[in-house]
Ligand binder design. Structure first.
Ligand code: FAD
Ligand code: NAG
Ligand code: NAG
Ligand code: NAG
Ligand code: NAG
Ligand code: NAG
Ligand code: NAG
Length: 533
């Protein structure tokens, strides 16, 4: 396959050489900066006689305004350190001209304004768990690290938690737990609030309360070109509020997530591992729990299939959001003989850090997804197919391909109509939906094509089989998608058109589409073109 990590930036450079779309906005942008106390005429790097590239100008101006503690340039230890805070090796390899660390929300406005003035591209990082190069890092541009926008506070009646995009879910849960509260967020402590919430957000609590994006009371978001911070809720700018729930980073950078709080009882968790002779029973149990999601909303499940230690295994992760030692909903799983079973009851923050243990930063990673109608026989076919082809990559150094089955349940889908609905284009009549997700780590760049080709072929075969059985579903989940997938189109034509219309209203010059090219754009996948395996 040909995936050149500089492809995105090259495309951007060509577009800009021709168009210079921000030139006519200079006056407006300078006024907006003046309102933030930034007089551009005093900044040497913005003087017309300053020689340097667009991003040397932007980074130089940031450095002039904020100093080297907040504007990290290559070759200093803090830059290296910040680079290592990305989860995947592919994102760690990206080298921005500078890394900017805002300390208040208006600093985000300032950087968005400066990028327009200089036409330097940028990307923004919350938890840094998007897997592919450029998703939240900017080759040659500015990587904005939300790290220090890490507020977690409660309103007077504790019904709403205000959360900065620099938080990871573990920090959020730890801060709320002493109040007996939680929010609907990620299942691993290291995942960021920003990416998970703007893309969707499957939580242990989702069967009861819906996805993370359906539990946002309001957002504060930096609009463009003026850099104003706008509030969006069900009643205030409801169109922007709708677009931010599923639209990713396409309509603005969110500087605050105001989330509905929920009670936080201890969680009962079980990991039950099965050998291959039980797979058929495991899948029956999986489908049964999925179909009964309405009857017991405290249940959460996913099943991971992998070839490890010389054998094929299935590991069922069963979570009950109440302290019940043997919930009836999981009894089918319990009746299947297991290789191992570990159960424990823990508070949410402890639970999420336990699950994440052993997952280290800095390895090559791939995520890829598709969704299908839930069907027992098809699920069994997929598992058999996976194990019939996985040998193709088991000898790749460090490779551990995993096939993950999750379900978008009917109660989750019903919650998606909450507060005016979200942008994902899913409705209750389409459920339950089987979400199949392949992930793998591996060690060596020279194996990138082998791994990508394996996953691509796998999904091509699975999709063909699903088509033959009439089980394909269009929806692609942004948070699990690969750089080759056109997520926004999968929301449906109407929702895509509505997102485009809202984006042009709150970002009429297209700052977030053109200057921030790295993630799932309204116009298509981050990396376009054919995959040649
Ligand atoms: C180990 C692991 C476990 C996971 N578990 C879950 C899970 O339980 N449930 C689930 O639903 N998903 C899960 N995911 C998927 C996860 O939701 C996505 O990877 C998500 O993109 C991570 O968000 P982040 O903030 O850490 O990533 P980042 O890489 O920081 O951001 C991802 C994208 O979101 C954009 N973004 C970030 N902050 C903002 C903001 N404030 N405003 C606008 N755009 C923003 C970034 O610019 C970037 O394009 C998991 C992923 C991994 C790797
Ligand atoms: C730019 O810098 C030059 C040389 O230092 C100076 O003469 C000129 O006045 C500056 N221009 C502006 C607009 O500040
Ligand atoms: C490196 O990063 C860690 C956490 O990400 C932080 O605590 C530490 O202060 C950083 N060190 C430097 C030198 O920036
Ligand atoms: C959550 O559990 C951990 C580990 O047992 C414990 O250290 C922590 O104090 C607990 N938090 C609360 C708020 O009880
Ligand atoms: C892959 O990399 C990991 C972590 O760097 C290392 O522990 C492991 O030994 C490597 N595996 C192979 C087969 O090289
Ligand atoms: C990566 O693969 C290449 C080619 O197969 C090999 O020469 C190199 O030693 C490998 N590197 C690591 C770190 O395994
Ligand atoms: C709905 C759909 O087809 N989604 C994408 C899933 O992944 C494949 C590649 O395997 C893409 O081509 C599809 O567009």
């Amino acid at each position: 396959m040909r995936f050149d990590k500089s492809a995105v930036i090259a495309a951007w450079a060509v577009t800009f050489a021709i168009a210079r779309p921000f030139k006519h906005l200079v006056g407006e942008v300078e006024d907006a900066l003046a309102n933030l106390g930034v007089d551009v005429t005093t900044i040497p790097q913005l003087n017309g006689s300053f020689t340097g590239s667009a991003c040397e100008r932007a980074c130089g101006a940031l450095d002039y305004l904020y100093g080297s503690e907040r504007v990290l340039s290559e070759n200093i230890p803090a830059y290296q350190n910040a680079t290592e805070s990305y989860w995947s090796a592919q994102q760690q390899e990206v080298k921005p001209t500078c890394i900017f660390i805002p300390s208040i929300d208006t600093d985000v406005s300032t950087v968005v304004l400066l990028t327009q003035l200089t036409e330097c591209p940028f990307a923004a990082k919350s938890g840094g768990h998007a897997a592919f190069a450029g998703a939240s890092s900017s080759q040659g541009g500015i990587s904005i690290l939300f790290r220090d926008l890490n507020e977690v506070s409660l309103n007077d009646d504790k019904s709403i938690a205000s959360i900065g995009p620099g938080n990871k879910w573990g920090q959020v849960y730890k801060a709320l737990e002493p109040h007996g509260l939680a929010v609907v967020g990620g299942r691993l402590s290291d995942i960021g609030v920003g990416g998970l919430t703007t893309g969707g957000g499957i939580s242990y609590y989702s069967n009861e309360y819906g996805w993370a994006l359906d539990n946002v009371e309001s957002f504060e978001v930096v609009s463009a070109p003026d850099g104003n911070i706008l509030r969006a809720s069900e009643t205030e700018r409801p169109d922007l509020y709708w677009a931010l729930r599923g639209g990713g980073n396409n309509v603005g950078l969110v500087t605050k997530f105001n989330l509905h709080t929920i009670p936080s009882p201890p969680l009962r968790g079980t990991t039950r591992v099965f050998s291959e002779d039980q797979f058929s029973n495991v899948l029956d149990a999986f489908v049964d729990v999925a179909r009964n999601a309405r009857a017991d909303k405290n249940a959460q499940q996913y099943v991971v299939f992998a070839h490890t230690g010389g054998m094929n295994i299935a590991s069922a992760e069963l979570t009950y959001t109440k302290d019940v030692s043997d919930p009836a909903v999981f009894r089918n799983y319990r009746s299947i003989p297991a290789i191992s079973d570990t159960s424990s009851t823990r508070n949410l923050s402890d639970y999420c850090s336990g699950i994440g243990a052993g997952d280290q930063n800095g390895q090559r990673q791939i995520f890829w997804n598709r969704t299908f109608k839930l069907n027992d026989e098809f699920a069994k076919w997929v598992v058999e197919h996976f194990f019939s082809v996985v040998a193709r990559v088991t000898d790749v150094p460090g490779a551990l391909p995993m096939l993950v089955f999750q379900v978008i349940t009917e109660p989750m889908l019903e919650m998606m109509s909450r507060a005016g609905g979200n942008a994902l284009g899913l409705d209750a009549s389409s459920g339950p939906i089987l979400m199949i997700h392949i992930l793998s780590k591996w060690n060596n760049t020279s194996d990138d094509d082998t791994i990508t080709g394996f996953v691509d072929d796998f999904f091509t075969n699975v999709a063909a089989e699903a088509k033959a059985r009439g089980l394909n579903n269009d929806f692609i989940y942004m948070n699990y998608a690969s750089q080759f997938q056109d997520v926004i189109s999968s929301y449906g034509e109407d929702n895509k058109a509505r997102l485009q219309q809202i984006a042009s209203k709150f970002d009429h010059s297209g700052v977030y589409q053109t200057l921030q090219p790295g993630y799932f754009k309204l116009a298509g996948a981050p990396v376009q073109g054919t995959i040649e395996s």
